[in-house]
Design a binder for this molecule. Structure first.
Ligand code: AKG
Length: 419
């Protein structure tokens, strides 16, 4: 870390019993307190530019995600390659708590191949926007609907769970979408999927589409959001509010282009909405482990401002913030770092520092002879020095210790004047 910090000791004695961030009134449409995660690092994540996961790495990631308690793992199609097919078999045979899905084109050959791998279910997809119909597969809506019915019926006959999704949903014709979802709902598909394939949707559009769809189908609704315009988490939240039941995520959000809704970011958002639900269902302290595994595997560093695990996610700097945080962390935190296996830091070696934070460091160092007045004069000295360059925690500690010794010898004023 570029900046060294002192750990705070604040408590939450005055924390309200009911979280102020929760939905205030019951909303029968909303699933923010009842949703499932389809974790797609081993499918969408494989589409990230740097990704290459060998079987061993896939198993390590799968087990790590299973420890968090995600509901499903989605794997690359067995039609992609021989190794992808073997990996579907290997992960299905692990006996994880999460259900195993693989993601296939809306095609009988792919469906047959996938069923033979031992997965629990198939996520079937086909493009429905005019872009994809014209420039990708070249099929019209009648063909797509008939093919969807054939493939879904076959998968159901084999006793597997099946989801049908329209790729590029937000640039597809609404009447086309609702007609095909209605048709597949009628034959008993388990879920329909909405995909913001190009990351063009905003939360309001998501809310409207999911809400409309909710009134048309009785099956579950899964949503998949790309993050090209920075809305992937907000869109997932809006989808759940509108009645979606399942959200696709990947670790660190990795995926095609700049990826999709990140697992950690979604869990942070949902924790703020319903902490009890999220904490009872998911092991939040394991997020950092899986992020480190994936970051390492795809040769990226976890971003400094990453949700929850970024190095400054729980670092407080400004003197006013530090004072309040030390009295009660809820003043400037909606996420409790301990709930995620993380620690809070109060940064003190800079010119924005305040004497309360310095006093807190004095207490941590057990320099009990130093009083408030001492903390105030040393704070002034830190500010003076930090106007030239930021100080490390070591620098601050050394200053405090030397000041403490100088005070015991009665020469502390002289000491400070001569630095
Ligand atoms: C996308 O459309 O971006 C996908 O990756 C497919 C999503 C889906 O299967 O719903």
């Amino acid at each position: 870390m570029a900046q060294q910090n002192g750990k705070s000791t604040g408590d939450r004695a005055h924390e309200p019993i009911v979280s102020p961030y929760m939905q205030k009134y019951p909303d029968p449409m909303s699933n923010i307190s009842n949703f499932k995660i389809i974790e797609s690092t081993l499918r969408e994540g494989e589409q990230f530019a740097n990704a290459f996961f060998d079987t061993e790495k896939k198993i390590e990631i799968a087990k790590s995600l299973d420890e968090i308690g995600v509901d499903y793992l989605e794997l690359t199609s067995p039609a992609a390659s021989e190794q992808s097919r073997n990996d579907c078999k290997a992960i299905s045979a692990l006996g994880l708590k999460a259900k195993i899905l693989t993601h296939v084109r809306c095609h009988m050959d792919d469906a047959k191949l996938a069923i033979d791998t031992g997965v629990d279910g198939l996520d079937v997809v086909i493009g429905t926007s005019s872009y994809l119909r014209e420039f990708s597969h070249g099929k019209d809506m009648d063909y797509i609907t008939n093919k969807a019915i054939e493939v879904i019926s076959y998968i159901k006959e084999q006793g597997l769970e099946v989801r049908f999704s329209t790729e590029d949903s937000f640039r597809s014709d609404l009447v086309d979408l609702l007609s095909i979802y209605k048709a597949v709902d009628k034959i008993g598909v388990n879920r329909v999927g909405i995909a913001d394939t190009v990351g063009c949707a905003n939360p309001r559009q998501v809310y409207e589409l999911v809400r409309t769809l909710r009134s048309v189908v009785s099956c579950d609704i899964e949503c998949h959001f790309h993050n090209d315009t920075g809305c992937a988490i907000a869109n997932a939240y809006a989808a759940l509010e509108a009645g979606a039941t399942h959200i696709d995520t990947s670790v660190l959000g990795i995926g095609e282009r700049n990826g999709i809704t990140p697992l950690g970011g979604l869990l942070a958002r949902m924790y703020a909405a319903d902490k009890n639900f999220v904490m009872n269902k998911y092991n939040l302290t394991k997020i950092r482990d899986v992020e480190n595994i994936v970051a390492d595997a795809v040769e990226v560093t976890v971003p400094f401002n990453n949700y929850i695990t970024g190095y400054c996610a729980f670092t407080h700097k400004a003197g006013i913030h530090a004072k309040a945080i030390l009295n009660n962390p809820s003043t400037y935190e909606i996420l409790k770092p301990e709930d995620f296996g993380m620690s809070r830091y109060v940064s003190i070696g800079h010119r924005l520092t305040g004497w309360n934070a310095v006093k807190n460091r004095i207490e941590q160092l057990q320099l009990t002879d130093l009083k408030d007045e001492d903390a105030k004069v040393v704070t002034q000295k830190i500010k003076e020095l930090a106007d030239v360059r930021p100080l490390s925690l070591d620098d601050v500690d050394t200053l405090l210790r030397h000041y403490h010794n100088a005070k015991n010898e009665g020469v502390h004023t002289h000491f400070l004047n001569n630095i």
